[in-house]
Design a binder for this molecule. Structure first.
Ligand code: 5AD
Ligand code: SF4
Length: 463
């Protein structure tokens, strides 16, 4: 399914200006404000910018304090059990506030809203609106009506319209969706149930949003999709062709994308990445497991040797490429030997960074039905062993890069190091550095790495 309507207008909003949050405290009354709590992934961060845009279109302004808010929105994550539990504990806090201020409107949005709307209505009857990720176009109307029991907007396959407002988080980098949803149904994953079937946006809609973000001052764009490699726009535009179109947008300094599924990553895409100037030398390629039997049972559609050949093909085209990954330990039935294959894969590939998780049961998925679950203590032990190996690798890779010069896109002062600035390298590593001129925000500067850490570098501007 595709969205075929015209580019979105990209409404401007006060959050695009520096220090906008003060607006709320200085000039607005409590009843004008909304509180928005975003959990989970980059998709949710981008969805929250739509939620913010829609709430601003109602004349509301953001507050960072829930107590001040007329409308409270929790944008939730369901990818693992823990974040889902967090939603219900946060709703406990909201309940107390709502008892004091019954006129407050409570909205639960995101993936938990989609997959657990009945449970939310039952366990948190004070919630006014429950809205899934595909149904945000109905949010403002539902807030205006605000009736009890909660209105549920949870059609997982609704086509997302292009005309939704956006109020971006201020900064130098912006997210733009190329697609919504996922068709892969990996055995462990709740995403296809929470975000519905894949819907590619029309290329001109993506381009229109990128142009608007660049015009608003953003220098770096990350294109988002659950599986960008299966993007299929109008006129047979595939993801590589889309990248070409976006990379030509005047004023765009850097282009990134996430997430690539290894089963659909083509040599053509790697060639395109290597060729396009703004395309950064960073590839996020979730491996999930390094054992073929586990990969098969996960329904991932590739073997470890295929995955490794992709890594080699990418590295041979892009010197200095950083590769990051997602991985899971303790998938049902995973033996010690199979885990050791994952550990070995990490030693062979040497990722720059990895997001490492213990398998978590998601009701409704195929893996949740398995009878050979791995005990919690074993999962914890495997995770700790994998993290220890990966931490050493990340640290060693960054140490070996000390003395090199990196192009850094400056984000602004580093909140944790007074007098220092922070930014990211093209390889998406954090660089904290000293600079006399504080006015480098949004600029590309060359910084020499002086020390390497797990998380990136400290450095200085070369003389
Ligand atoms: N348990 C643990 N981790 C999961 N992920 C997805 N589903 C689960 C699950 N049920 C991880 C995958 C995915 C990342 C976003 O979250 O590694 O790539
Ligand atoms: Fe989940 Fe697999 Fe889709 Fe990624 S590709 S969102 S892991 S089902």
């Amino acid at each position: 399914m595709r969205a075929e309507s015209m580019p979105q207008a990209g409404m401007s909003c006060p959050l695009a200006a520096p220090s906008p949050l003060l607006l709320c405290y200085n000039r607005r009354t409590m009843s004008d404000c909304y509180y928005l709590d975003t959990m989970g992934c980059q998709m949710n961060e981008r969805d929250s910018e739509t939620i913010a845009g829609l709430l601003e279109s109602l004349g509301l302004h953001r507050t960072e304090s829930m107590t001040d808010a007329k409308v409270v929105v929790l944008n939730t994550c369901a990818v693992r059990e823990k974040p889902e539990h967090k939603v219900f504990s946060k709703l406990g806090d909201v309940r107390k506030l709502k008892q004091q201020r019954p006129d407050m409107v409570v909205v639960v949005a995101g993936c938990v809203a989609q997959i657990a709307h009945e449970e939310i209505r039952r366990r948190a009857p004070f919630v006014d609106v429950i809205v899934g990720p595909r149904n945000l176009s109905g949010l403002t109307e539902a807030i205006r009506r605000s009736t009890r029991p909660a209105q549920i907007l949870a059609n997982e396959d609704e086509v997302i319209p292009e005309a939704l407002a956006v109020c971006r988080v201020p900064g130098v980098a912006a997210f733009v969706n190329v697609s919504y949803g996922c068709n892969n149904f990996c055995a462990y994953c709740i995403v296809p149930y929470a975000r519905g079937r894949e819907q590619s946006r029309a290329p001109e809609a993506v381009l229109g949003e990128v142009k608007q973000a660049v015009a608003d001052g953003y220098r770096e764009i990350t294109l988002l999709g659950q599986n960008v490699n299966s993007y299929q726009g109008l006129d047979e535009t595939d993801f590589a062709s889309l990248l070409r179109l976006v990379a030509e947008v005047p004023g765009l300094a850097r282009l990134r994308f996430t997430t690539s599924h290894p089963k659909d990553l083509s040599e053509r895409l790697l060639d395109t990445m290597a060729e396009l100037g703004p395309l950064c030398e960073h590839l996020h390629l979730p491996i999930q497991a390094g054992d073929d039997e586990v990969l098969h049972r996960m329904g991932r559609g590739y073997t470890y040797s295929h995955y490794k050949s992709l890594v080699e093909a990418a590295r041979s085209r892009m010197p200095g490429l950083a590769i990051t990954t997602d991985v899971m330990v303790g998938f049902p039935g995973e033996t010690e030997e199979q885990f050791l294959n994952t550990l070995r894969a990490f030693e062979e590939i040497r990722y720059d960074q990895a997001f490492m998780f213990k398998y978590s049961d998601r009701p409704g998925t195929r893996a949740a039905l398995a009878t050979d679950k791995v005990p919690e203590a074993v999962k914890q032990d495997r995770l700790e062993r994998l993290v220890a190996v990966q931490n050493t690798i990340s640290h060693d890779i960054n140490e070996a890069l000390v003395g090199r010069d990196f192009e850094v896109l400056v984000e602004g002062p580093d909140p944790k190091s007074p007098g220092k600035l922070r930014g990211r390298t093209r390889t998406n590593k954090l660089m904290i550095f000293e600079a006399a001129d504080e006015d480098l925000r949004g600029k590309l500067v060359t910084v020499r790495a002086e020390r390497g850490y797990l998380w990136g570098f400290t450095g200085r501007l070369p003389d």
